[in-house]
Design a protein around this ligand. Structure first.
Ligand code: FES
Length: 102
């Protein structure tokens, strides 16, 4: 496998004991995992990898994700429309200011 051009880490709220207790899980972020992967596939973004991660420590802005190597942090991702908007920006190599955690 080649290294991904971009790597999305979606917060799955895991804590050290493995239990998803954080706000991203409770707010529906992890419910969007399948949709996000399907959108990456449908858009042909085969060079963008999706991984789940433990708490990103921005719970008050969750559900959250970070995209590397850009080091772009997004929050407030609650719906498929939010995913679409972020992926639209990613495809354009732009930062989506509407979700940006700065
Ligand atoms: S649980 Fe997602 S940032 Fe903390």
């Amino acid at each position: 496998m080649e290294k991904p051009r971009k790597h999305i880490f979606l917060c799955a709220s895991f804590r050290a004991n493995g239990t998803p207790l954080g706000i991203c899980d409770k707010s529906g972020g992890t419910a969007l995992i399948q949709y996000l992967q399907e959108e990456l596939d449908d858009r042909g973004l085969t060079d963008v990898m999706l991984s789940l991660t433990s708490c990103l420590k921005v719970c008050d802005r969750g559900p959250a994700m970070v995209i590397y190597p850009d080091n772009t942090w997004y929050g407030g991702i609650n719906s498929e429309d939010d995913i679409d908007a972020i992926l639209d920006s990613l495809e354009e190599n732009e930062i989506n200011e509407d979700y940006l955690i700065s």
